[in-house]
Write a protein that binds this ligand. Sequence first.
Ligand SMILES: [Zn+2]
Ligand SMILES: [Zn+2]
Ligand SMILES: [Zn+2]
Length: 166
Amino acid sequence: MDDNKVEKLECPHCKSVIKKDNDFCPDCGTLFSDEVKCLEHKDTNAEGVCVICCEPLCSECGIFINEIFLCNEHGEYEIYEGMACIFGNSDSTHIGFAKSNLETEGLHPFIFSRKASSVHLNGAYYSLINVSGEYSGNLINELQLMVPFQEVIRAEEILRDLNLLE
Ligand SMILES: [Zn+2]
Ligand SMILES: [Zn+2]
Ligand SMILES: [Zn+2]
């Protein structure tokens, strides 16, 4: 007999192992109860729980994007392995400053580095590819500050207080 089965269960959607008394999967937002109503539409059954704000929502108010349920407000986040990107920058000093501040507050930030052909700055994507379709320069090493889903809202408050986010 496997004693772990008593308190844990596997999410049928994403296969994460979660606590049995959870009413939704914190990794993908799948709801395990069909009694839960949408926060905005009290007569409509919720379709999932946004993994970032943890609100139960119907299919009009949220959607599964790449197998993860997000509300309309949080659907824009870049998601990578259970974490969401809250801040992108090519300046490692900026990113390091943001990360150490989040750690001081007890959060669990992670810096993800990738070679990008476009950069995300101040809400807009700038392509580094020129009109003839060739790279106009070297690929930029974009650094992304990621935090676990449940820490996104708190982390953004901290970065806003530091004037790193608008
Ligand atoms: Zn899941
Ligand atoms: Zn949300
Ligand atoms: Zn709704």
